[in-house]
Design a protein around this ligand. Structure first.
Ligand code: CDP
Length: 210
């Protein structure tokens, strides 16, 4: 029933898209792609060169020379990497350079892809689109716990302010802004733990595919 199906999972920072999309992919027997990693890897490459992630020429060159190994780097998360990813993601040439890879990945045997523009730009024809949200306070709480779990010192207020800044940057950019597709199913996970979010999402997906 699901072979070749593309499932788009979009939403703001730290809404739990990654955990959810990975579990959906496993349950449905589909490959999974975390598209945020692509933007994170581009941002990281630009930072490595000592350049500004808002520099369009630098960021485009980094996007065009991305390799699979870049996606395995251990330093793709954290406040600097988060903001660098969001900065390069606002550059049209970067998005264009990453588009073919994402489409080819999804077309091969179907896939679950998570990001910001999967349902609006990358796969506007996807039969199932979820837009996963949670209150900004809850998302900040989750990201704070995640950082602490990884042994990263973090300040709760600062984590929340970084998430607000990044959401604003992602939602207000002219190219592929963060917004739900007209035909997306909305899933607010503020009051749901990871298991409840997964069960609810799987039911939504099955209802759409029925
Ligand atoms: O895990 P988290 O929700 O914090 O972020 P992510 O999904 O890894 O995405 C990092 C950044 O990449 C976002 O803030 C967006 O600016 C950008 N991004 C995007 O523009 N389009 C996508 N499809 C995925 C990520």
């Amino acid at each position: 029933m699901t072979a070749g199906t593309v499932i788009a999972v979009d939403g703001p920072a730290a809404a739990g898209k990654g955990t959810l999309a990975r579990r959906l992919a496993a349950a449905l027997g589909l490959p999974y792609l975390d598209t945020g990693l692509l933007y994170r890897a581009v941002g990281r490459r630009v930072l490595d060169r000592g350049a500004d992630p808002r520099d369009a020429a630098e960021a485009e060159a980094a996007a065009r020379s991305l390799t699979p190994d870049d996606l395995e780097r251990p330093d793709l998360r954290g406040p600097m990497a988060d903001m660098a990813a969001s900065a390069v993601a606002a550059i049209p040439a970067v998005r264009a350079a990453l588009l073919d890879f994402q489409r080819a990945f999804g077309r091969e045997r179907g896939a679950v892809l998570d990001g910001r523009d999967i349902g609006t730009v990358v796969f506007p024809q996807a039969p199932v689109k979820l837009f996963v949200t949670a209150s900004v306070e809850e998302r900040a709480r989750r990201r704070f716990l995640e950082l602490r779990g990884r042994g990263v010192a973090a300040d709760a207020a600062q984590v929340e302010s970084e998430i607000r800044d990044r959401d604003a940057q992602d939602a207000n950019r002219p190219v592929a802004p963060l917004r739900p597709a007209a035909d997306a199913v909305m899933l607010d996970t503020t009051a749901l733990d990871a298991e409840a979010a997964f069960v609810t999402a799987l039911e939504m997906v099955r209802a759409r595919l029925r």
